[in-house]
Design a protein around this ligand. Structure first.
Ligand SMILES: [Zn+2]
Length: 428
């Protein structure tokens, strides 16, 4: 069995310690550990975190391999410090059957860069009309526990209620893309001052908030778990905070880009800023940061949404919605949450590993950095400063809103069950 000694790492930002990995597990933690027979990684005060877990990744396979495959997407995940990602169901064909989720699961097993947990569709073909084979997907080898029509909202209240009732039997969760479809017809960006000035169709906050309000009430009514994808407004935060104060089983995520970017960027008409839900206002950004800090928002999820060049390099109205995010997520969280003093590194471990793993009921991920635990680990150089260059991305797509922007920190090493997937910032 191979051994690796990580020397002088600040576990969750604490005092520097040595961490010995033996085979697939953390074997020893202490100071002055012997490097005998072990490959040595000089951490030199870098931050050691549990491997990051993403609840919301679009890997695009099957069907859109021109934008991403399970292999390229898991390489991007490893480069970003992730050891497990949940693959969204809006593929072609849709992951609405045991066959498709097993295919994605098998491709993930073959990749070796990052574990892939498929998400199953809530409705057949994401059409919102008929429940998909939730039980069969759960019973399959993929063991699906998270269901989502992400990209589309489950807007029919009866279908949503039935889905919540169904997944309750096996402690599953429905992850809702909260977007009232009638209120967002033809919408191109956040509805507000900027959309009025630009004359672009607006996407009102109430379209998100009204669905969240309905769904937390439905979840409470049936006693099931609901998870709200990519919260983007201050009002959504207030509703989730209220639902949690009632003791209801509601969890929520925020994307890195909604923690940093605002709708002012749309003035450039650069489609790299076109995303669903849209970039909102400064007040929304600050409310989201505060909610992530106080735990109202449980976790960060990337909503990594790769698109090929031709779907983004066109006029605003015709461009696809979405941004890649796996390889910049931790840096954006460092800038917005850690460097701003809102969250310490233990908090980052909680919001980017422990809680997302718990929401997905993933075993083997989101575990403490302790002796005997699986060695899913991320070493992050928080002192690093660099400009984002998408040419260096492992993702097949380049649609990042951060090109040319300086972001703090970089992942230098990622370990998946003791095996290095990233070494010195490069894929192993
Ligand atoms: Zn979505």
């Amino acid at each position: 069995m191979s051994k690796t000694l990580i020397r002088g790492a600040k576990i969750l930002g604490g005092e520097p310690q040595d961490v010995l990995i033996d085979g697939e597990t953390v074997a020893e933690i202490g100071t002055g550990l012997s490097a005998d027979g072990a490959r040595v990684v000089e951490a030199d005060g870098q931050i050691l975190l549990p491997g990051l877990v993403d609840l919301h990744t679009h890997l695009r396979e099957p069907g859109r391999e021109d934008s991403e495959t399970v292999l390229t997407g898991t390489k991007a995940a490893a480069a970003g410090g992730f050891t497990a990602v949940h693959a969204m169901a809006n593929t072609f064909p849709v992951a609405d059957s045991a066959g498709v989720v097993e295919q994605v699961w098998r491709l993930g097993q073959e990749s070796g860069y990052c574990d892939v947990q498929p998400i199953g569709a809530v409705t057949v073909g994401l059409e919102g009309k008929k429940l998909a084979e939730l039980g069969a997907m759960h019973e399959s080898r993929a063991g699906v526990r998270v269901f989502s029509d992400d990209g589309k909202c489950v807007d029919d209240a009866v279908i949503m209620r039935r889905a919540l009732e169904y997944v309750k039997a096996f402690d599953g969760v429905v992850a809702q893309h909260a977007q009232e479809p009638r209120l967002t017809e033809g919408a191109q960006m956040n509805e507000g001052l900027v959309s009025a000035e630009l004359g672009l169709g607006g996407w009102p906050a109430v379209a998100e908030e009204s669905i969240i309000a309905r769904d937390v009430l439905l979840a409470a009514h049936v006693g099931s778990r609901v998870h709200i994808c990519h919260l983007s407004t201050a009002g959504s935060v207030e509703i989730v905070r209220w639902a949690k104060s009632k003791g209801w089983n509601v969890t929520a995520e925020v994307t890195p880009h909604h923690l940093l970017l605002t709708d002012e960027l749309v003035r450039s008409y650069n489609p790299v800023y076109k995303v669903n839900p849209p970039l909102r206002t400064e007040a929304d950004v600050l409310a989201l940061r505060e909610a992530l800090a106080d735990g109202t928002i449980d976790c960060v999820a990337t909503d990594h949404a790769p698109h090929p060049h031709e779907d983004k390099d066109c006029e605003w109205g015709a461009a696809a919605m979405g941004m890649v995010g796996l390889e910049t997520a931790l840096s954006v969280v460092q800038q917005t949450m850690v460097d701003s003093g809102l969250l310490d590194w233990a908090g980052v471990a909680d919001r980017m590993s422990f809680r997302p793993a718990h929401i997905g009921r993933l075993t083997g991920h989101g575990r403490p950095v302790s002796v005997g635990e699986p060695a899913n680990l991320t070493l992050h150089d928080s002192a690093y400063r660099g400009v984002v260059d998408p040419a260096g991305f492992a993702s097949r797509s380049r649609n990042t809103p951060y090109e040319g922007r300086e972001l703090p920190g970089r992942v230098t090493h990622t370990f998946l069950r003791g095996r290095a997937t990233v070494v010195d910032g490069k894929l192993a």
